[in-house]
Design a protein around this ligand. Sequence first.
Ligand code: ACO
Length: 345
Amino acid sequence: MTTTPKPKFKNPRAKFNYQGRPCSISGVGSYVPERILSNAELEKLVETSDEWITTRTGIKERRLAAPGEFTSDLGAKAALKAIQRAGIKPEQIDLIIVATITPDMPFPSTAALIQAKIGATRAAAFDLEAACSGFIYALEIGQQFIMSRTYETVLVIGAEKLSSIVDWEDRNTCVLFGDGAGAVVLQNRPNTHGLLTAVMGADGTKADLLFMAGGGSRCPATTESVASRMHYLRMEGKETFKNAVQAMQTAAEEALRRCELDITRIKRIIPHQANRRIIDAVGDRLGAKPEQMFVNVHKYGNTSAASVAIALDEAVESGSIQRGDLILLVVFGAGLTWGAAVIEW
Ligand code: ACO
């Protein structure tokens, strides 16, 4: 007689019958520092002009964190707003994911620091690095925990203090970036579809288009590395521009294709706010009407992982997105990385 061997382990997911459930954004919030740095002020720092910056990028001003204000402070303030709008308590949060390229420190994670600042005592916490695409990467990863019923409540934050890695003597880059944070609370909301799909992609062969050479294991901080300005970000602007437009178009089209949606069905497109000309070119290629594109790059410049999160919050606050609308987020960043997400708001 043969006996069935006892299973060596039990798959915890089996009890859920592997059935996914939708994941929605139940609250969104953002925070930008008070200090405004105008193009006119930049004219005093480097050889540039308001006219050059405006025509090439659309940026008029950006925000700068105060000297004692760090990425975790910006992220915590954005998170508390999202938590309040979701109508939850910090103790309910199961997981915090922070997308950033400017963590307070290499470790511990900025997510752990934010966990302490907002009192999310039950939450696990980690950082994710996908540069300007980080928010969509984090959204997709956070969604997996809701879909799989592993967690009830996930907090996703994009937060940056880019002013800490900008070379204020390099006019090619210093006019482009700013500080800020945006956050969303992810939960299952009955009778809504929420996040319909998220596309993510990367091409590491083009890593040299946008990078910061110093501070990692390849080039730890030394007197020489600091003297040769290796702890600042560097970018090949023109090539980055071309790749950004192409990758954002491809990612957005793939996301729409998966949902069998035509661009006309999308109420609002929220692109990564890097450069007005990139936003316009992507909108044109997607066949979108200018009024579908949400733009706030003139106020904040490029805030990397915080960019679409801040824009999403402003779009909701200003009433340009209503519950039930279909929206498209599309991002691009160093890596190279890119992503797009379709959401039923
Ligand atoms: N003020 C005045 N002149 C300037 C400035 C400035 N701030 N910056 C550059 N210039 C000069 C250049 O030196 C160059 O002069 P030269 O012809 O004498 O050499 C001239 O202006 C033209 O420079 P280009 O690089 O050709 O200008 P371009 O039209 O490409 O615009 C820009 C530059 C705005 C950087 C653009 O290429 C761009 O937006 N690139 C993409 C940036 C981006 O999207 N990054 C996203 C990812 S960011 C992330 O992941 C963190």
